[in-house]
Design a protein around this ligand. Structure first.
Ligand code: ARG
Length: 553
């Protein structure tokens, strides 16, 4: 079924055409205050001048032509040129009942499902995951869930950093000192650091490390098998974290940087044949129009460094090309730190210039901000090191007293903050059961579950809605499909968080104002049905965020 927002938008368009002969986007908004009804449009205000009429006259004619009787109470002209629309209680009763019967809660399958590649999490092999990877993992997982729920096909790509010159050091060091017996990430991380120290200080080691890189890239079997052991130990450790976080990433989703290596030379050759490359200071570069350094100099994408090695730029270009040409992606989503914004703009621009990214394929960088410590600076340990993600999760679980609540708290805090913004990692605030937090939503859900369990039996349909608090919950329930589709187009999970928080607040106001179990039979049954629909919507919404919704708390 079409969403209410879409239905009202199309009715308003029809009315504008009938009344004035114009096609104008009604730009329907949800009302900012309850006394403004449920939706508002400022069409009268916007059309007054071009029509040379007063906003009031435009509004009256628009309302005269507007046919929404089946959905709304009589439309109201308000303020300096708004039309306020309020859904009628009868309509809401029907809508809540219809959505309650739908396993998808009113969210339609798309006419043309897309194949969407989501590149996320993407930690680096032989290093522990840190808070930055928390963001990519949690945001990426929420987007994957929303896209899959709305009927799109998602290809998850865990683009792990498993290639490049630093591996020469690590592998040479491990070859000389022996592969650790328990190669967890703390051990590999330590080995990596020792290797780096030796690289800087021990004569001869740097040369041997460089030779290792050549051997690795040349496919030398001993080096290769050592590398495989490092990668396997690392991805095993990542899996432990993913399981703990309850994210959908599987070992099969690991398609690391190494997988694109055999395509790099061809990528370069093809770009060269297209005349897109130039050698600058010994490096093979692409200079794209419009990209400049802060000093105003042309900013290149470096496809091959002056030492002959391919880097991150080349791998991302090759990966993008592969994802479109071979994986058949209709949309590409990269969930990566905001500091890599320019890098992705360049990669997209080059791929467009090369014809590898057709116009109809959307390529997006979902750029997220930094996690800060209480001092407002990037979150670090006391001695200035990066904070391992595992330690953070330990602390959250301990503080919250359970995994579901602790992990849910951390995830919600991350997802509910606007994507580009930085936020302070403040566990005390995250696990609070009041305020805009994960536990608050989980608690609202558990309270409904408890009430429904106490009432016993499956509730019938919603039959009557009278109290404003009841109507508010019902209205919010009908918003679910629009909010979910909004996340599909904007890739901003905080919109869903905000919605679920509003719903939880409305449910708690409903409790305060509307007795359920003590109400007379007909009202009791209708209110129980409303509670059941609210519980399902909260559970479904939390699930889309990757947050557990326990029945008791
Ligand atoms: N491995 C990188 C890091 O840990 C992130 C990779 C992001 N994905 C990509 N396609 N470049 O910072």
């Amino acid at each position: 079924m079409p969403t209410i927002e879409n239905t009202l938008t199309s009715r308003l368009s029809t009315a504008t055409r009938a009344a004035f002969g114009w096609s104008v986007e009604p730009d329907l908004r949800t009302a900012t205050r309850p006394e403004f009804g449920h939706f508002q449009t400022n069409l009268p205000l916007r059309l007054a001048r071009p029509l040379a009429l007063s906003p009031r006259t435009v509004g009256e004619r628009l309302i005269g032509a507007l046919d929404v009787e089946d959905l709304c109470l009589p439309p109201v002209l308000a303020g300096v040129g708004f039309v306020n629309l309020t859904l009628s209680p009868e309509f809401l009763v029907g809508q809540v009942a219809a959505r309650a019967a739908d396993p998808h809660l009113g969210v339609d399958r798309p006419d043309a499902p897309q194949r969407i590649v989501v590149d996320y999490s993407s930690p680096n092999v032989a290093k522990q995951m840190h808070v930055g990877h928390l963001r990519s993992t949690v945001i990426g997982d929420a987007l994957v869930r929303v896209l899959e729920f709305t009927g799109h096909e998602v290809l998850r790509r865990n683009h792990v950093g498993d290639w490049g010159t630093p591996f020469g050091m690590l592998l040479e060091h491990l070859a000389e000192t022996g592969f650790p017996e328990e190669p967890d990430l703390a051990v590999l991380d330590g080995a990596y650091r020792s290797a780096r120290r030796r690289f800087d200080e021990e004569s001869g080691f740097a040369d041997r490390a460089r030779r290792r890189v050549v051997e690795l890239q040349g496919g030398d079997s001993a080096t290769r098998s050592l590398w495989e052991r490092v990668v396997a130990a690392s991805t095993d450790a990542f899996s432990v974290i993913y399981e703990r976080l309850g994210v959908r990433l599987q070992p099969g989703d690991v398609v690391g940087e190494s997988r694109y290596q055999d395509q790099l030379q061809a990528t370069l050759d093809d770009l060269d044949a297209l005349g897109l490359l130039r050698v600058s200071n010994g490096a093979v570069c692409a200079f794209l129009p419009g990209f400049r350094t802060r000093e105003g100099d042309p900013l290149p994408l470096v496809l091959r460094k002056s030492d002959g090695g391919f880097g991150y730029d080349a791998t991302d270009v090759a990966a993008l090309r592969h994802r479109v040409a071979v994986d058949g992606a209709d949309r590409l989503v990269h969930v990566v730190d905001a500091r890599q914004g320019l890098h992705f703009e360049q990669v997209f621009a080059l791929a467009r210039a090369a014809g590898w990214l057709p116009e109809e394929v959307r390529a997006e960088h979902v750029a997220f901000g930094t996690v800060l410590g209480s001092d407002g600076r990037p979150f670090k340990t006391r001695d200035g090191g990066t904070v391992p993600l595992a330690a953070l999760l330990d602390a959250a679980e301990q503080r919250a007293g359970s995994r579901d609540v602790g992990i849910g708290a951390v995830k919600y805090a991350d997802l509910s903050c606007g994507l580009g913004r930085d936020y302070v990692f403040d566990l005390a605030r995250m696990v609070a059961t009041d305020g805009d937090t994960g536990p608050y939503l989980q608690y609202a859900h558990a309270r409904l579950a408890t009430l429904l369990a106490r009432a016993g039996g499956a509730p019938g349909p919603v039959t009557t809605l009278e109290h404003p608090a009841e109507l508010r919950v019902a209205f919010l329930l009908t918003r679910f499909p629009d909010v979910v589709q909004d996340v599909v187009s904007t890739l901003e999970p905080h919109r869903l968080c905000g919605y679920l928080h509003r719903l939880a607040v409305a449910v708690s106001a409903f409790y305060e104002n509307c007795p359920v179990l003590r109400a007379e039979a007909a009202v009791r049954s209708s209110r129980l049905a409303l509670c059941a629909a609210a519980r399902r919507t909260l559970a479904a919404g939390l699930d889309l965020l990757g947050i557990a919704a326990p029945d008791t708390m």
